[in-house]
Design a protein around this ligand. Structure first.
Ligand code: AMP
Ligand code: MG
Length: 348
């Protein structure tokens, strides 16, 4: 299949970008899959009410069918059509964080949303993205849109239309190209069916931000101890991995350099993932800076692009610096650990 590319600007001015949005929305209504930008990463959207459409998402991505999808909405009225017994805390969070990178797990209502979206669970994941293109597209389609990240399963999530095409060209009906995404890591997944809301996946809204609004928030045990079974089915899968093995180094630059030197002495091509502040400190075959350590949101923004960039080099092994795991750092370290298959070397 030929994958159409619609270049739009993020203002979604009715005159210049609307014809493209209307074409993409028409394909969604025809139960085709279309990738589009959100404020987190690019999503791969399809009509959440259609089994045939949703199956196309799983097929294009090679995603295991037991990994449920997030339903994206553009209008608050859509929420009560698909979720039941919505607790007060959810409304408080919606008021504060929607549109935005917060996905709520709620009780599923009726059978508007097909079972493939929720992987047969009695709960549903919902969010309203804070991106003018995503909102316009969902509004024009008049559908709830199921959308996982628009990458092949296991690969780093896409933060540009180029990443989407690298993985899915020829496999999907189209991609709306709205430039690079802002946050760069996925939404926070928060289970609101537990008495105290529980973070199942750290993401664009931090635990600290949630707690400021609703008080205590729990963290799924599996995020703290990798031997526990995660409550979010998708969190058990290896993910985000570059093609060469990645090892996280928790230690000083000198220690990381020693590890690199050892590998190079064995004749290996070695890559280092660092930040702008330290890019000139290291010596390796490829040194890539991923944002600024002094501003971790820039690291989140660059993370997937940097992981993908290593795939265009000849490195055989990659060493990455470690980051503080609070604030947006929780999401960065969660993704980095998954990309590394939990291989971490500690200095002491
Ligand atoms: P992605 O679409 O790639 O951003 O992944 C969506 C994430 O949301 C995965 O980790 C899913 O397991 C999780 N998710 C979706 N629906 C549910 C649900 N009903 N309960 C728990 N986790 C969910
Ligand atoms: Mg994903």
């Amino acid at each position: 299949m030929e994958t159409k590319v619609w270049v739009v600007d993020n203002v979604v001015d009715k005159k210049s970008s609307y014809p493209q949005i209307l074409q993409a929305a028409a394909l969604l209504r025809a139960n085709e899959v279309v990738a589009f930008p959100t404020e987190t990463v690019y999503g791969l959207g399809a009509n959440a009410a259609s089994t045939a459409a949703v199956k196309k998402i799983f097929q294009a991505k090679g995603r295991p069918s037991d990994n449920p999808l997030i339903v994206h909405i553009a209008d608050h009225n859509q929420l009560e059509e698909i979720a039941a017994d919505i607790p007060r805390v959810a409304y408080t969070l919606i008021e504060q964080f929607w549109p935005g990178p917060l996905t709520l797990i709620l009780k599923k209502k009726g059978n508007v949303i097909c079972d493939e979206v929720t992987a047969g669970l009695s709960t549903i994941a919902v969010r309203m993205p804070a991106h003018p293109v995503a909102l316009a597209l969902i509004q024009e389609s008049s559908l709830p849109i199921a959308a996982p990240s628009a990458n092949l399963s296991g690969r780093p999530s896409p933060t540009s239309a180029m990443h989407v095409l690298a993985d899915l060209n020829g496999k999907i009906a189209g991609v709306v190209d709205g430039g690079e995404t802002g946050i760069g890591v996925e939404s926070t997944v928060l289970d609101c069916t537990t008495e105290i809301p529980t973070i199942l996946r750290p993401g664009g809204v931090t635990k600290e931000q949630l707690e400021q609004v609703i008080g205590r928030v729990n963290v799924d045990a599996a995020l703290l101890d990798e031997k526990q079974v995660p409550k979010s089915p998708g969190m058990k899968y290896a993910h985000y991995a570059p093609k060469s093995p990645l090892i996280i180094v928790d230690g000083e630059p000198f220690f990381l350099q020693q590890l690199v030197d050892k590998q190079r002495a064995l004749g290996k091509q070695v890559g280092i993932l660092t930040t702008e502040e330290r890019r000139h400190v290291y010596k390796a075959d490829v040194v890539l800076a991923c944002g600024e350590r002094a501003n971790l949101s820039t690291v989140a923004n660059r993370l997937y692009d940097t992981l993908r960039a290593f795939d265009d080099t000849d490195v055989e092994i990659i060493y990455s610096e470690s980051f503080p795991a609070d604030g947006i750092g929780a999401a960065i370290m969660n993704r980095l650990k998954k990309a590394a298959g939990h291989q971490i070397v500690r200095e002491k």
